[in-house]
Design a protein around this ligand. Structure first.
Ligand code: NAI
Length: 344
């Protein structure tokens, strides 16, 4: 059975090749993303494996289905890049890896907060040049600060656990969350979250309802000098409104691991290119903005779990077993027919 892996980097291959039962599949690695230009490379494959910036819109899904692809394996939690209703209509199986290491992402959010707050990135460069001046490195003590968490699912809760240990006051807004967050702080409405947080960290998924949830109006509601942290999805923030809020000095700092225009840039080396994304380039000029290339998930433990869960999802699909990570199970399975194992 052929499996095409898109957006495959050297580290993906390393972890995939380490999985014992992966050898029974013929794996075709493509280091570029899946899109309407590259989808033809999925011909002859029963399954494809994709990541956060691969495009799985209706035309791409229709092409995949016409080539005989039956399963789409997301090696990530977010699935905002997949047109799920179209996949359902086309009878495709789609599964993600919903929880590989929420702590990895939450710990990275803390790393961003503390880097931006205590300016260790600037200190690192300065000291290497023999400059031991502290001017410009003044930060805030995190203990006692109010941290707002938008979305207290797995990652938001992990962040709350960590920051509770820092002695922060925690607030959250999440209309669908369980009770667990109440161990660490209080639920408030979104306006109170924006108005009271010294640091606001985004951990809700990107959906139609959350697209640009941080916009001109919500930014204006945020506390003067507050810090905004986004390790979820770039589309949660209206980047142009963010620039306005930074220029007016209303925001104290912004840390982004994700960016709404990341699709054409992240996960590749563009150091010798002229980058024509003026919004990103403007963001990078602010001394109080820190941008990383969508790496919050990137730990050895998370990659191990992502790889194992991806192959468990594939095995479930092949065996026609119920898959706990399936988002769409495909027409056949859903109709109760075709539970015969697929021949490799
Ligand atoms: P989760 O599904 O466990 O939690 C998401 C929470 O957001 C849920 O409790 C849900 O009720 C809440 N939510 C949904 N809409 C909301 C709204 N309008 N306002 C407030 N809360 C809302 O997801 P998990 O595992 O915590 O991941 C969160 C997001 O983090 C993912 O959707 C993904 O996009 C992103 N992510 C980023 C990574 C990175 O490397 N930067 C790695 C993994 C995930």
């Amino acid at each position: 059975m052929k499996l095409a892996v898109f957006s495959a980097k050297a580290y993906d291959k390393l972890y995939f090749n380490d999985i014992q039962y992966a050898s029974q599949y013929e794996i075709l690695y493509h280091d570029f993303a899946l899109s309407s230009e590259t989808v033809s490379l999925a011909q002859g494959c029963l399954a494809i494996c994709v990541f956060v910036n691969d495009i799985l819109d209706t035309p791409v899904l229709e092409s995949l289905a016409s080539y005989g692809v039956r399963a789409i394996l997301l090696r990530c939690a977010g699935f905002n890049n997949v047109d799920l209703p179209a996949a359902q209509r086309l009878g495709l199986f789609v599964a993600n890896v919903p929880s590989y290491s929420p702590e990895a992402v939450a710990e990275f959010a803390v790393a961003l907060i503390q880097t931006l707050n205590r300016k260790t990135h600037r200190a690192y460069n300065r000291v290497r040049e023999g400059n031991f001046s502290l001017d410009g490195l003044l930060g805030h003590t995190l203990h006692g600060k109010t941290v707002g968490v938008l979305g207290v699912g797995r990652i938001g809760l992990a962040l709350a656990r960590i920051l509770n240990g820092f002695g922060c006051k925690l607030l959250a807004h999440d209309p669908w969350a369980g009770e667990e967050f109440k161990k660490y702080g209080d639920f408030v409405d979104i306006d109170a979250l924006l108005e009271q947080s010294d640091i606001l960290s985004l951990h809700c998924p990107l959906t139609e309802g959350t697209h640009h949830i941080i916009n001109e109006t919500s930014l204006a509601r945020m506390k003067e000098g507050a810090m905004l942290v986004n390790t979820s999805r770039g589309g949660l923030i209206d980047s142009k409104a963010l620039i306005v809020a930074l220029k007016s000095k209303h925001l104290g700092g912004v840390a982004l691991d994700v960016y709404e225009g990341e699709h054409s840039l992240f996960y590749s080396d563009h150091s010798a290119d002229i980058i024509d994304d003026d919004t990103l380039m403007r963001l990078l000029t602010f001394p109080n903005v820190l941008v990383c290339g969508h790496q919050a998930f990137f730990t050895q433990e998370a990659l191990t779990e992502i790889t194992e869960a991806t192959f468990r999802n594939l095995e479930d699909f092949i065996a026609r077993r119920p898959c706990k990570n399936s988002l769409v199970v495909g027409g056949e399975v859903e109709a109760g027919g075709g539970y015969q194992p697929i021949r490799l």
